[in-house]
Design a protein around this ligand. Structure first.
Ligand code: VGL
Ligand code: ZN
Length: 199
């Protein structure tokens, strides 16, 4: 029998309007996400969790501004405003997120030299977070993803989840995008091509 889990990606203050990397309309997903949490068999949350001075912050690169790109050892990296710094209010879950049913919180982006969009692998696409093993060991085969942001952490998580052999659905109305230079259209297409079910 298929066992399913809901993966709620990065519903944190810094990704909501007023936050350091506020996603337009980000808080609007909360009622939908909470309803999905209430109905899910299993619930996992992810939390973007950077040390201060993280290498994905523009402030860590002299002469660079947020949303510019730099070449890192593992490939191109978009630079962001300082966000989701460990232990700060911006890194906390949005106060309206009903997280009590969550069985696991997976933190990512805590290695100073690597960013991590995906819940499964850091941006070198080689360093695992442990989530795939956790889900497999529990017999979970089907995943539904929602959260912030559609075109970064949700999309990269969905692509990795397919690669790891899970059946993956993304609830698009329970996501909102950053949409940098057409990234929403690009990543939506990539998810579709990979076999992610978009609903
Ligand atoms: C995210 C950019 C940087 C996300 C996290 O959650 O989509 N985006 N860190
Ligand atoms: Zn981040």
């Amino acid at each position: 029998m298929a066992q399913s889990a809901l993966i709620v990606i990065d519903v944190q203050n810094d990704f909501c309007p007023g936050g350091a990397l506020g996603v337009a309309d980000g808080a609007a997903i909360l009622p939908v996400v909470n309803r999905m949490i209430a109905q899910a068999g299993h619930v996992v949350l992810t939390q973007d969790w950077h040390p201060s001075g993280h290498s994905s912050f523009a402030s860590s690169h002299a002469g660079k501004a947020p949303f510019e790109t730099v070449a890192m050892a593992y490939g191109d990296q978009t630079l962001w405003p300082d966000h989701c710094i460990q232990g700060t209010p911006g890194a906390a879950f949005h106060p309206a997120l009903d997280w009590t049913r969550a069985e696991l919180v997976i933190r990512k982006g805590f290695r100073p030299a690597i960013d991590s969009y995906s819940a499964f692998y850091e941006n070198d696409h080689a360093t695992p977070t442990g989530l795939a093993g956790y889900l497999r060991e529990r017999g979970i085969t089907d995943l539904t993803l929602c959260g912030l942001a559609t075109d970064y952490c949700v999309a990269f998580s969905a692509l990795d989840a397919v690669r790891e052999g899970f059946a993956v659905t993304v609830a698009m109305d329970a996501c909102r995008a950053i949409d940098l230079g057409g990234s929403l259209a690009t990543m939506t297409q990539r998810m579709q091509d990979a076999g992610v079910r978009l609903v």
